[in-house]
Write a protein that binds this ligand. Structure first.
Ligand code: RAM
Length: 362
């Protein structure tokens, strides 16, 4: 046991030291890296523990959804900031439809053909992208999933917003408290194949089934709005019609919760049918102010994008390989350590209420 811990600590430190130097090297634009840059970028991609290198790479983001989704817009902004700060080129491609998995596969293959230095993807499906991603990795292109994962063997590392338990537990508890621990509830999700959504739903169901405080709460259905505003809005109306005794909705999607809030705010169910889940403060502000929603949560998507970009740069420059126990420092100097299966968690989510929502702008 001690040996394992010692090995992990040593390997984490080995990864951290060059990263700290890399940060320092990037502090001044004209400053040359302190030690020799590797002559062969392919070697760097294979993950050898190299000295700090001057980064001039192309890092490509493939969000789960492009277009009006505020969540991914914020994540991309953070990702771009880090990539450009490191002197690399930020590239972004993707589909506007969060169910267009074939589109994601097509973009990943394109990026592989172009020979980008790393791919950062929020996966619409745990399996469907695997062939394309494995092909990319086979060509020496590191793959980072963020927000929504694939099967672990289809990427090098996963930048997860938070531990799923820490994310779902407060959502279920908050809704339970608001409905006095009894009545029918529903979940309004995004797309049916989204890894992150399905994982969170699994945890929520487990909570509802096993926590004795929830024995009088019944989950009547899970519906999928595909992160499409109109579809999620219409589905909210259908839920209210089909389940007239519905007491609450959990929507763990930024598009879904805003659409549901919009519907409720205009209906007689405002304030009566409770709503919580995951949303952006900018998308939810008016519905918190008008009393439709008491509280919801989220992490800072821009920080998620930053950490994803930083992980990709660290992999592509050979500073880390995605192995458990390796460490990397965020731009602010905070240490993140890769856990089992190369998963790194951003941290705990924030709960937003009328009291604090004005402090946030994303
Ligand atoms: C939507 C997407 C995304 C999820 C956020 C909270 O934008 O479904 O994957 O993490 O909501």
């Amino acid at each position: 046991m001690n040996n394992v811990m010692t090995r992990r600590t040593v390997s984490a430190l080995a990864a951290i030291v060059p990263l700290t130097l890399l940060t320092a090297a990037c502090g001044s634009e004209n400053e040359e890296p302190k030690s020799a840059a590797p002559t062969n970028p392919t070697t760097a991609r294979r993950g050898y523990p190299l000295d700090p290198i001057k980064t001039a790479m192309t890092i490509a983001f493939v969000p789960k959804q492009l277009g009006g989704n505020l969540y991914f817009a914020a994540a991309s902004k953070g990702g771009r900031e880090v990539v450009e700060k490191l002197g690399s080129t930020y590239k972004e491609v993707g589909t506007s439809d969060s169910t267009d998995t074939a589109g994601q596969v097509k973009y990943i293959n394109q990026l592989t053909d172009e020979g980008v230095d790393a791919i950062v993807v929020s996966a619409q499906d745990p399996d469907a992208l695997c062939g394309a991603l494995k092909h990319a990795m086979g060509k020496g292109i590191p793959v980072v999933t963020y927000d929504s994962d694939t099967r672990p063997e289809c990427r090098n590392a996963f930048v997860s917003p938070a531990d799923p338990d820490q994310l779902t537990f407060p959502m279920v508890l908050s809704l339970a408290q608001q409905i006095d621990y009894k009545g029918d509830i529903a979940i309004l999700s995004a797309s049916e194949s989204a890894t992150n959504q399905n994982n969170w739903i699994k945890y929520m169901k487990e909570d509802l089934d096993t926590d004795p405080r929830y024995s009088s709460i019944k989950l009547v259905t899970v519906v999928y709005g595909d992160d499409d505003s109109d579809k999620s809005y219409t589905l909210t109306g259908s839920l209210l019609k089909k389940y007239p005794n519905l007491k609450g909705i959990i929507a763990p999607t930024s598009v879904g919760i805003t659409s549901a809030a919009k519907y409720l705010s205009q209906s007689p169910s405002k304030g009566k049918v409770k709503l919580t889940g995951l949303g952006t403060p900018n998308g939810m502000r008016e519905y918190v102010k008008d009393g439709t929603v008491e509280s919801f949560e989220l992490w800072d998507p821009s920080e998620l994008g930053k950490l994803a970009a930083w992980t990709a740069e660290s992999l592509a420059s050979g500073q880390i390989t995605g192995r458990e126990g390796q460490g990397l420092r965020g731009m602010g100097g905070q240490l993140f350590v890769l856990g089992k299966n190369g998963v790194v968690n951003l941290g705990d989510p924030t709960a937003f209420t009328a009291k604090n929502i004005n402090k946030y702008n994303f």
